[in-house]
Design a protein. Structure first.
Length: 305
């Protein structure tokens, strides 16, 4: 057994399944684990002695931090993670990687540049180009999704070109950025969540949309089951996480006629669905990674970026 670590979990809610499991697994491994709300952290930003204060006190130094930063607090949450990095603390997922993965457009461009399979995707601004933007992804049916959406929110399946134009006009009226994306009909409303830790997929499950729904998110009533993935899918998931710079990631893949395509790379993947479907100790795998890699000063960016 490795030396015990002093670990902070950045989470707004210690009652969430993922947070509870991370506390349990850490304590079972002999580590000291503390849950800290990132929004209650405030920072002394100085070059000679950067500090983090929490609820009126200086937060004691720790060996490693596990960020569970929700999408709604990405800006402030990553600033807190960056401060830990400036102090030389090892972060399971670094601030730059979290920010990169949260920007849907940027992440798709990075994955595309490295040759990762993706659904055909369009991004535009001018309302004069609606029809060409729709045709660019093969026309209806197609998916229109907000760049800021999470858990299936802001994702619309447009059955006709007219419907797509209406959705696009509505999003533009809200001054919201959006993507158009080909609809992978052959996937049958299912996708695969690959849970990556380090350089391996430690668990995978198929998420199936409920009848009448095309979004497979568990929050949308989708069902889950363990699945054996192909070597190509495994390689795609690991490469996608590495391109984002994430050590722990949920990589969502869809099976298309032209091979596996990556829908999204999630920097704070939930543990409940994957542990329930696979029966595997995913939280324990995360601590195995920390025990092997979590040395002080081993943060790659040291708060840069």
């Amino acid at each position: 057994m490795s030396e015990p670590f002093n670990i902070i979990i950045l989470s707004r809610n210690r009652q969430l399944y993922s947070t509870r499991r991370l506390v349990e697994a850490g304590e079972e491994g002999g580590h000291t684990v503390r849950v800290v709300d990132p929004l209650r952290c405030y920072m002394n930003i100085s070059s000679h002695r950067p500090e983090i204060h929490y609820k009126g006190e200086v937060l004691p130094a720790c060996d490693a931090v596990i960020p569970r930063i929700g999408a709604s607090i990405t800006f402030y949450g990553t600033a807190v993670v960056r401060q830990f990095e400036m102090m030389g603390t090892f972060s399971v997922n670094e601030s730059v990687a979290i920010s990169r993965s949260r920007d849907k457009l940027r992440s798709l461009q990075l994955l595309s540049r490295k040759g990762i399979g993706l659904p055909v995707t369009g991004f535009g601004y001018s309302p004069d180009d609606n029809l060409d933007l729709i045709n660019l992804v093969g026309g209806a049916p197609l998916v229109v999704k907000l760049l800021e959406g999470t858990q299936g929110k802001g994702v619309v399946l447009a059955e006709t070109n007219k419907a797509a134009e209406s959705v696009i006009d509505a999003f533009r009226g809200l001054r919201a950025y959006f993507l158009t994306q080909e609809y992978i009909k052959e996937a049958g409303g299912a996708d695969i969540r690959c849970f990556v830790v380090g350089d391996k997929v430690v668990g995978s499950m198929m998420r199936q949309a409920k009848d009448g729904e095309f979004r497979s998110n568990v929050h949308r009533g989708g069902s889950t089951r363990a699945i054996r993935i192909t070597p190509e899918e495994r390689s795609t998931a690991v490469r996608a996480a590495r391109i984002m710079g994430l050590n722990v990631a949920g990589v969502d893949i869809m099976r298309s006629n032209h091979g596996p395509v990556v829908l999204e790379v999630n920097s704070s993947p939930g543990l409940e669905g994957i542990e329930g479907a696979t029966g595997k100790d995913i939280a324990g795998a995360i601590y195995g990674f920390i025990e092997k890699n979590g040395k002080a000063g081993k943060t790659r960016t040291r708060g840069r970026g």
